[in-house]
Design a protein around this ligand. Structure first.
Ligand code: PLP
Length: 226
């Protein structure tokens, strides 16, 4: 099946998850994760009408950017080393993996230099897996408060990755925990941190993430039919 046909199936699943949970598909932005795709396949993604793309490795992304940088809206979704921020800052419109102050400082410095305010998701390690990056849920509030000093970072939401499990239903508590954390932080009414968005849900578990309030889905393999 073509990427377009896969996307029709995925879109249908999103619509059904929305119907089950009383949500509108308009609330949801799909970020097509192109890290496994060739530039030719990425062209197919754009032709299918997907506008948002996600890359997780700065080096690979740069090569693709050379060919396709004039298309789409680029999201940096992977672990970001501070020394790579300089490559990311002027190409990507969103960063999904802000998880430490040293990285915030570097994004702030580079964003200020480029005259942009960078929308960032704060990555939270809800599941506690040691293999995953992100702040412990208990650290997030203090971290958000710290971000007030960075005028060129806009904390637009929270991001998490659920563990890979056979039965996606098991991921539900991870997503609902992130939603709870969002509600708690929004109650604080921080001027500098709207935190209106939730980046959660991947190929294996996105219908559950939609039901639990995701506003950005990061979908790779399901668009390639894997
Ligand atoms: C690869 C990746 C995805 C997409 O994963 P799939 O299972 O292929 O949908 C989403 N988010 C991040 C951070 C990734 O690295």
């Amino acid at each position: 099946m073509s990427i377009y046909d896969q996307w029709l199936k995925v879109r249908d699943n999103i619509e059904r998850a929305c119907a089950r949970s009383g949500r509108s598909p308009d609330e949801i932005t799909v970020v097509a994760v192109t890290k496994y795709m060739s530039p030719e396949q990425m062209q197919e993604v754009f032709k299918a009408g997907l506008e948002h793309i996600g890359e997780s490795k700065a080096q690979d992304a740069l090569e693709k950017w050379e060919q396709l940088g004039d298309k789409g809206t680029w999201h940096f979704i992977g672990h970001l080393q501070s020394n790579k921020v300089k490559y990311v800052i002027d190409k990507f419109r969103y960063i999904h993996s802000l998880d430490r102050l040293s990285l915030a400082r570097e994004i702030e410095r580079r964003a200020a230099r480029h005259g942009v305010r960078m929308p960032c998701f704060i990555q939270v390690n809800v599941s506690g897996e040691t293999s995953k990056h992100g702040l412990h849920p208990d650290e997030v509030e203090r971290f958000v408060e710290h971000l007030a000093e960075f005028n060129h970072i806009v904390p637009i939401g929270l991001m998490t990755m659920a563990p890979y499990v056979e039965d996606p239903e098991q991921t539900r508590p991870v997503f609902s925990r992130l939603k709870e954390l969002q509600i708690l932080l929004q109650d604080r009414k921080y001027d500098h941190a709207p935190l209106t968005e939730l980046s959660m849900g991947m190929s294996n578990d996105y219908p559950i993430a939609v039901e639990e309030g995701a506003t950005y889905l990061r979908l790779g393999s399901c668009l390639m039919g894997r």
